[in-house]
Design a binder for this molecule. Structure first.
Ligand code: ACO
Length: 370
C-alpha cells in the first residue's frame, strides 16, 4: 500500500455532473464558456441538479421555489445577534447552515425527493444567512428576501436594502455560474464522504463549507484581495511579488492541481474585472492584477485560477472582503448538493486505507514508569 500525497491523480468516484478534459470544464457536457456567456445561475443550478437545462416553465417553478424558501427561521437570526461581531464569516456560515438542520423535520429523510427539496431550500437560505450576518454585525436589522428576483439580485439587495444596479447583478450572476461546480474538488469530496455514511444533507454541506474555507481552496479569493490591497499601487507590484517569490511564499490565486495550462474560468473573471474597471473609471486593481499575473506566470509558469480575478471583481462590486468566500459557497452549493444526490443514488461508504508509517510492536507502559 503506497499513499499518493494529496490523492493527486487518483480517480475516487464516477460522476456525470461536471468534467475537466484537456483543460476544458463542462457542466453536464456543456462547455463552461457557453454557460458563462448565456446561462443564468438558476438555469445552471437546475442543469447540475436535474442533468438538463430547464424549460421556461421548469425555470419558473424553480424560481418560485427559491422565492418561497428564502426566509430563515427567526430563532436563527436571533442567535446570530449573539455571535461576536468580528466572527469569521465562513465560521458563521458553517454554524448557521448546521443550525438550519434543527428547524427541518425532514432532516433525516434521505429520499431523492426530500434531498432535492432541501437542496433548493439551502440554495435560497444560504444567501439570506450571509446577508443577515453582514448586517447584524454592523448593528443593523436583517432585510427580508425579495420574491421573484434572481439569487444574485436578492443577495445584493439583502446586503444594502437598496435595489442593486443591473451591472452588479449580472456580474455576480456570471461569477456564480463560473463557480457552481468543479468535479471532485476538495469541498465536494468532503460533502460526498459525509453523505456516503448516510448522514444528512445539512451535515454534507456543513463539511463542505468547512473545507471551502481554507486558503488553499475557496479562501484564496480573500487572500488575493488582501494581497492586492497590501500592494496598493502599480509601482509597488514588482518589488512586493518579487520579495514573496524570493521567500518561496505562495502567491494566492495561482496554480491548480488539475489545470496546468490555465483555469478556463479565469479569463471570464478577468474580462469582468476589466469591464468593471472601465465602468468605475479606476483601473488600479485591474492593472495591479495584470502585473502580478505577468510576473508570476513569467517566472514560475503558474497561471491564475478562478480565485485570482474574482477578488478584483467582488472588490469593484463593493462587496466586503470577508464575504468573498461565502459567495463562493452560495455558488458551489448547487454543485455540492448535486454531488450529494448523485452519491446517494448509488452509494457505498467512502473508506480508503492509510499507509502506516508509525512504530510497531510497542507495549503499554504504566504511567509511573513513563
Ligand atoms: N505560488 C507559488 N508557487 C506555487 C503556487 C503558488 N500559488 N502554487 C504552486 N506552487 C509551486 C509549489 O510551491 C510547488 O513547488 P515545488 O515543486 O518547488 O515545491 C509546485 O508549484 C507544485 O505545487 P503544489 O502545492 O504541490 O500543487 P498542488 O497541486 O498540491 O496545489 C494549489 C494546488 C493548492 C492550488 C496550489 O497551487 C496553491 O496553493 N495555490 C495558491 C492557493 C490558491 O490559489 N488556491 C485556490 C485554488 S482554486 C480553488 O480551489 C477554487
Amino acid at each position: 500500500m503506497t499513499a499518493t500525497k494529496g490523492l493527486e491523480g487518483i480517480v475516487a468516484a464516477t460522476s456525470s455532473i461536471s468534467s475537466i478534459n484537456d483543460g476544458v470544464l463542462a457542466y453536464r457536457g456543456i462547455n463552461i464558456d457557453e454557460l458563462a456567456e448565456n446561462a443564468s445561475y438558476e438555469e445552471t443550478a437546475y442543469l447540475l441538479w436535474y442533468g438538463k437545462l430547464p424549460t421556461k416553465s421548469q425555470l419558473l417553478t424553480l424560481q418560485d421555489q427559491l422565492s418561497e424558501y428564502a426566509a430563515v427561521p427567526q430563532p436563527l437570526l436571533d442567535q446570530m445577534k449573539l455571535y461576536p461581531k468580528d466572527a469569521n464569516t465562513m465560521s458563521v456560515l458553517r454554524t448557521t447552515v448546521s443550525a438550519l438542520a434543527l428547524y427541518d423535520d425532514s432532516v433525516n429523510d434521505n429520499s431523492r425527493e426530500s434531498n432535492q427539496k432541501k437542496s433548493i431550500k439551502l440554495q435560497s437560505q444560504i444567501p439570506t444567512l450571509i446577508a443577515a450576518y453582514a448586517r447584524i454585525r454592523e448593528g443593523k436589522e436583517p432585510i427580508a428576501p425579495l420574491k421573484g428576483v434572481s439569487i444574485a439580485h436578492n443577495f445584493l439587495y439583502m446586503l444594502s436594502g437598496e435595489e442593486p444596479d443591473e451591472v452588479a447583478v449580472s456580474a455576480l450572476d456570471q461569477a456564480l455560474v463560473l463557480h457552481a461546480d468543479h468535479e471532485l474538488n476538495a469541498s465536494t469530496f468532503s460533502a460526498r464522504v459525509t453523505i456516503a455514511t448516510l448522514s444528512d444533507i445539512y451535515s454534507g454541506v456543513t463539511s463542505a463549507i468547512g473545507t471551502l474555507k481554507g486558503p488553499l481552496h475557496g479562501g484564496a479569493n480573500e487572500a488575493v484581495s488582501q494581497m492586492l490591497s497590501e500592494i496598493g499601487t502599480l509601482d509597488q507590484t514588482e518589488s512586493y511579488i518579487q520579495a514573496k517569490l524570493n521567500n518561496k511564499e505562495k502567491i494566492m490565486g495561482f496554480g491548480h492541481r488539475v489545470y496546468k495550462n490555465g483555469d478556463p474560468r479565469a479569463k471570464h473573471l478577468q474580462k469582468m474585472s476589466y469591464e468593471l474597471s472601465l465602468l468605475k473609471g479606476n483601473s488600479t486593481l485591474y492593472d495591479i492584477s495584470i502585473k502580478v499575473e505577468e510576473i508570476v506566470t513569467g517566472q514560475k509558469g503558474l497561471k491564475p485560477n478562478v480565485d485570482f480575478y474574482s477578488a478584483s471583481v467582488y472588490t469593484q462590486l463593493g462587496i466586503p472582503r470577508d464575504l468573498f468566500t461565502p459567495i463562493f459557497a452560495i455558488s458551489r452549493l448547487s454543485g455540492w448538493t448535486a454531488h450529494i444526490l448523485e452519491q446517494l443514488d448509488d452509494n457505498r461508504i467512502i473508506r480508503p486505507r492509510a499507509d502506516y508509517t508509525g512504530l510497531n510492536n510497542q507495549h503499554y507502559i504504566p504511567i509511573e514508569l513513563r
